[in-house]
Design a protein around this ligand. Structure first.
Ligand code: ADP
Length: 590
């Protein structure tokens, strides 16, 4: 069986070659460097040797030279199979040392087998002419050999330099991305550093919008403002769309290299100077964020290595974007909370102010009460004294005063009780259909005498077919009584007219009841405070009629309980009209 000695320090490569050659019926011996190969060949010579060049201990060049100087081995054909020394000068040296073939990896496996078969054929046919071996002296060989080594070293230095540059850039970008920044800043930062470190000509980032399934250009490096705006308008891609390649990379979620843009029909020639491109998807935990694209004015500027590096970068970028997103969401949530707290604080502030106002009102109420109760009591005390010591012929006057002050006191106590019941919410309106005409008829009868006593007319103009109102009869009677009592109290000549009506306001039907007098009228200042508790206006203060200044505020609270309203029209020296507005009983549809 034909025996092949394969020499390679890459054990994976060795394994593949062994499988390939054994599959073709050869016996395969392996060695991981030149030294071992020589030992094995000297013990059991192979029919052919296939050797790599770059290997530790003894490399392929040295092995080939020693092989060809060995009388036993030099007739065995030597084939070089190399991935690292691929220069024409390397081939020249190898062939000058006696190698029969110089094959560059990766070549098709079949091709390698064909070459080996060819070489073996030449040997068995005895056609093989032992190559004109440059039987150089050792120093000459060493000089040529060193040249190749140095050349290789230079190559390697450049490669290492580039690799270092890439790693540095990656490290730089990744470390800097770890700090949370606004999303836009992260992307701009990454693009700039990549451009600088990798010496690419341009870099873009297209963000993916889940809702519209579109990619939009949100950042680009190395363009002017105008160019960028124009590109933004021009470069919008749908997910999966081949044109422009961005949508395609987003769909496939794999990096894509364009070696020569002019040869790719999907390329959009927005800039003729660009010759090669690299597209990389930006994803995090299966979610697509966008696509990074890098361009070069050189053809073939991007290798698989670049793609791998930029994928690493894209993954780091995605984490940074995700962090920024979470940070921004948290920030927004915090702002929302802050706004809610501010709103709540404002509400509490209002509540506090309201409670402070209520407290103030209560204090004023207490001090007013103190004053209002004391006045009639002092008068009563005084007149009781007069009854005791005063002249008996004045008794009638004393008793009249005592009666008036006692009534005033009683009225006040009742009104205070009314107010406190209203304040405590203990007054509930028991709503029922009420005929206002009927209620006012009763009231007029009740008070007619009082009006007559003051020589005032008292008229009632009821509206015909007046709808019933939903009201608490007793509370409503109290309000109308208060209006009428005020009108009688404060009017000295002329008279009072009560009337009912219907009216439309705010697109609603209302039932109204009003009390109009020809009294002194109400000043603008009084109009503002009339419904305040304990407020007595000009008329109240100038009149001898008992009063507390609570009647109108009680009336307003009662009408509020009915969801109704009170309106006032008044002209000084002409008279006043107080009107209540109430909802009619809803009529059934059928
Ligand atoms: P009181 O009548 O006990 O003073 P009210 O709250 O009923 O308390 O009325 C408050 C004030 O409104 C009165 O003091 C008076 O100045 C004014 N007022 C009420 N009704 C009339 C009216 N018909 N004409 C003129 N002034 C009025």
């Amino acid at each position: 069986m034909t025996k092949i000695l394969v020499v390679d320090d890459d054990t994976q490569g060795l394994y593949m070659l062994r499988t390939l050659l054994e599959g073709h019926g050869y016996e395969v011996e392996t060695a991981v460097n030149g030294q071992i190969a020589l030992e094995k060949a000297r013990t059991a010579p192979p029919n052919i040797i296939v050797s790599d060049i770059l290997m530790p201990v003894m490399d392929g060049f040295n092995l080939c030279r020693t092989w060809m100087l060995d009388k036993e081995l030099q007739t065995t054909p030597f084939v070089i199979y190399t991935a690292t020394y691929t220069d024409a000068k390397d081939e020249e040296l190898a062939l000058s040392l006696g190698a029969v073939r110089f094959i560059r990896k990766p070549s098709e496996p079949d091709e390698l087998v064909t070459i080996i078969e060819g070489v073996l054929q030449e040997t068995t046919d005895d056609h093989r002419e032992i190559a004109e071996i440059a039987n150089d002296e050792e120093p000459v060989f060493l000089k040529k050999y060193n040249e190749r080594l140095i050349h290789k070293l230079e190559d390697k230095v450049v490669q290492v330099k580039h690799a270092n540059q890439r790693l540095k850039a990656l490290n730089w970008v990744s470390t800097n991305l770890a700090a949370i920044k606004p999303m836009r800043q992260i992307i701009a930062h990454a693009l700039h550093i990549i451009i600088e470190a990798m010496e690419y000509s341009y870099a873009n980032y297209f963000a993916f919008e889940e809702q519209s399934q579109l990619f939009r250009l949100i950042d680009a490096v190395a363009y002017t403002e105008e160019e960028f705006k124009e590109l933004q308008r021009q470069l919008v891609f749908k997910l999966g769309e081949a044109r422009g390649l961005v949508g395609l990379v987003g769909r496939d979620r794999q990096p894509l290299i364009v070696a020569e843009t002019s040869a790719d029909s999907r390329w959009i020639a927005a800039d003729e100077s660009l010759h090669s491109a690299l597209f990389v998807p930006v994803m995090h935990e299966g979610e697509l964020f966008g696509v990074l694209s890098f361009f070069s004015t050189e053809p073939n500027a991007f290798s698989e290595g670049h793609a791998r590096d930029m994928m690493t970068l894209a993954n780091n970028l995605a984490i940074a974007i995700e962090n920024a997103r979470l940070y921004e969401a948290e920030q927004k949530y915090a702002e929302q909370l802050e706004a809610e707290v501010a709103a709540r604080t404002a509400e509490l502030q209002v509540a506090l102010e309201q409670s402070q106002a209520a407290d103030k009102m209560k204090s004023r109420f207490v001090s007013n009460m103190n004053h209002e109760l004391r006045t009639p009591l002092t008068v009563i005390k005084l007149y009781l004294g007069l009854l005791d010591h005063g002249r008996p012929d004045n008794w009638e006057r004393y008793i009249a005063t005592l009666t008036r002050e006692t009534e005033r006191l009683q009225l006040m106590v009742e009104e205070v009780l009314d107010i406190s019941r209203l304040d405590l919410g203990r007054t509930t309106a028991h709503l029922e259909p009420v005929d206002l005409n009927f209620l006012i008829g009763d009231l007029i009868m009740d008070r007619a005498e009082l009006a007559t006593a003051k020589s005032l007319t008292l008229d009632f103009e009821p509206a015909a077919n007046l709808p019933y109102v939903l009201a608490d009869k007793q509370l409503l009677f109290q309000v109308l009584t208060n209006f009428l009592a005020n009108a009688i109290n404060y009017t000295n000549k002329g008279g009072i007219t009560m009337c009912t009506a219907t009216a439309v306001a705010n697109d609603q039907l209302w039932v109204t009841a009003s009390v109009a007098d020809t009294g002194p009228g109400i000043s603008d200042l009084d109009k503002i405070h009339l419904f305040d508790r304990f407020y007595r206006g000009d008329a109240g203060q100038n009149s001898s009629a008992p009063g507390t200044g609570l009647g109108l505020s009680i009336s307003r609270e009662i009408i509020n309980l009915h969801n109704g309203q009170i309106s006032l029209e008044s002209t000084l020296n002409e008279g006043s009209t107080f009107t209540i507005w109430l909802h009619p009983v809803p009529t059934s549809v059928d």
